[in-house]
Ligand binder design. Structure first.
Ligand code: C2E
Ligand code: SIN
Ligand code: SIN
Ligand code: FE
Length: 449
């Protein structure tokens, strides 16, 4: 009768966990892809911008050089001592350039003395504002240039060394070339277009990558999900093995795990710590498997000698866990769940905060459930008797701060679980814990990557 219902409950728990996991993965991949997209946009966009600008600079440089070529004839004159006819000739040439694209044309002799200067009227200011950045005269015989963006105008200062036919330096031509409006607008359009194109191409590629990356990861996630399921089952099997002998049911394990988990959540523990608390709660008494039946199943009170044997279940449990790296997080609970807050517990007699927090939490859950359920050696107590006992032993057996939290949630949790059979308890717990295990596993593999 419980078969189909159990399937439905567990199925729902598993699909909820699968959904949460898949959302988590989607977010993770999207974040990574966005990082990649941003990085590519900056680097490829930046590089293509730089290439484009260098190319444009070269074009403008060549243009200015071509227009100023008319001045190469100046080399035929002795620029240090121009006669008036030569001066007039060169002035006319310079005036022609200034009427076209140049704002300023200057001629220097080989000693870098200014010999001639023509400025387009109304643009005296342009020369003045650029003068402040003026570069030195070039050492080599190659023309040099310098771009300035002044009041919305793109200006090119070009300096061309002049040589006579024997390649001897005779002077310098300097001009401020104004890139005309249409050319400037075309350049701006061109830059915007190529940047837009690069961004679009990167965005398109990134979007294309998304389903591919997702598919690749899904295989991995499925695999680690299967592994995890196997591990959870293994934990369940180990926990059951002792319950089979002790009380013929897993219910105690499921209930204490749920109490401890809910107390851990109420305290705001981290995911990792709750993960360990769950594993520890499931396996807390695994060592009882090594206690022989006459003691483990004794219907009455244990003698002091028998109780000494019973105490060894703690060390037996630690030994069993030490075989598994994956279960090592459970060790705090298994090793210290019978320690007491005042130091009177076993096996070490640790005191207060020296007892790991998960063990202090679990001790409360364990005793509360032991008291409120039937044992071979005792009848169940009422919830109010059990909480009264926790409060009485608060400070001696239990961490008082934790008891204060627990007594406020215990009656509801007890009512929630009281009527549930083993299968429904298992489903309730599974629904609650799978997200800790799945997400913790993803985070862990993420950290290791
Ligand atoms: P358990 O039955 O799972 O009990 C866990 C813990 O709950 C006990 O740890 C104890 O702290 C608390 N507890 C259980 N029943 C009672 C109770 O009737 N009164 C009070 N005040 N506390 C209770 P503890 O004492 O270290 O015992 C560890 C395990 O030893 C128990 O696990 C049980 O398996 C066994 N055990 C303890 N006392 C007896 C006994 O008188 N007869 C038998 N047959 N087994 C016992
Ligand atoms: C147990 O406490 O170990 C089992 C008792 C139950 O099934 O509730
Ligand atoms: C807490 O988080 O509950 C306090 C930590 C501690 O008691 O060790
Ligand atoms: Fe125990």
């Amino acid at each position: 009768m419980n078969g189909p219902e159990r399937k439905t409950d567990n199925g729902r728990a598993e699909s909820e966990a699968a959904l949460a996991t898949s959302r988590f993965i989607h977010r993770k991949i999207l974040a990574r892809l966005f990082q990649g997209w941003f990085f590519l946009c900056v680097t490829i966009g930046g590089t293509s911008l730089w290439l484009k600008v260098s190319h444009i600079q070269q074009l403008v440089h060549n243009l200015a050089l071509k227009e100023s070529a008319a001045f190469s004839g100046a080399s035929a004159h002795n620029l240090e001592r121009l006669d008036s006819a030569a001066y007039q000739h060169l002035s006319d040439l310079a005036q022609q350039l200034v009427n076209q694209h140049f704002l300023v044309v200057e001629l220097y002799d080989r000693n870098q003395q200014l010999r001639l200067e023509i400025v387009r009227s109304g643009h005296e200011l342009a020369e003045w504002s650029i003068d402040r950045y003026r570069h030195g005269f070039p050492k080599a015989s190659e023309p040099v240039h310098d771009f300035h963006y002044v009041q919305g105008e793109l200006l090119l200062v070009i300096l061309v060394p002049l040589h006579d036919i024997r390649h001897t330096l005779t002077g310098y031509f300097e001009g401020i070339y104004q890139v005309d409006r249409e050319a400037l607008d075309a350049i701006k359009d061109d830059l915007t277009r190529s940047l837009l194109l690069v961004t679009l191409a990167i965005t398109f590629t990134t979007l294309l990558m998304y389903p591919i990356v997702l598919t690749l990861n899904k295989g991995l996630i499925k695999l680690s999900g299967d592994l995890l399921k196997g591990n959870l089952e293994l934990m369940d099997v180990l926990g059951c093995a002792i319950a089979e002998r002790d009380a013929a049911t897993n219910s105690h394990n499921y209930r204490v795990t749920y109490y401890a988990l809910r107390l851990g959540e109420a305290l705001g523990l981290s995911r990792e710590q709750i993960h360990d608390l769950i594993a520890g709660s499931f396996l807390h008494d695994a060592g009882k498997i090594g206690i022989r039946d006459p003691i483990l199943l004794k219907p009455g009170k244990l003698t002091p000698e028998e109780f000494e044997v019973m105490k060894t279940h703690v060390q037996l449990g630690v030994d069993i866990l030490s075989k598994s790296n994956w279960l090592s997080g459970a060790r705090d609970v298994v090793e210290f769940h019978h320690e007491r807050y005042d130091g009177s517990g076993y096996p070490l007699g640790l005191q207060g905060e020296a007892i790991p927090l998960n063990a202090r939490i679990f001790a409360i859950a364990d005793v509360f459930d032991a008291l409120t359920t039937k044992r071979p050696y005792k009848e169940p107590w009422s919830v109010s008797d059990a909480t009264a006992m926790l409060e009485r032993d608060s400070g001696s057996h239990f961490d008082p701060r934790l008891v204060r939290f627990f007594v406020t949630i215990a009656p509801d949790l007890y009512r929630q679980m009281n009527d549930l059979d083993e299968q429904r308890l298992e489903a309730l717990l599974k629904r609650h814990i799978s997200r800790y295990f799945l997400v913790t596993a993803i985070r862990t593999s993420d950290r290791n990557a």
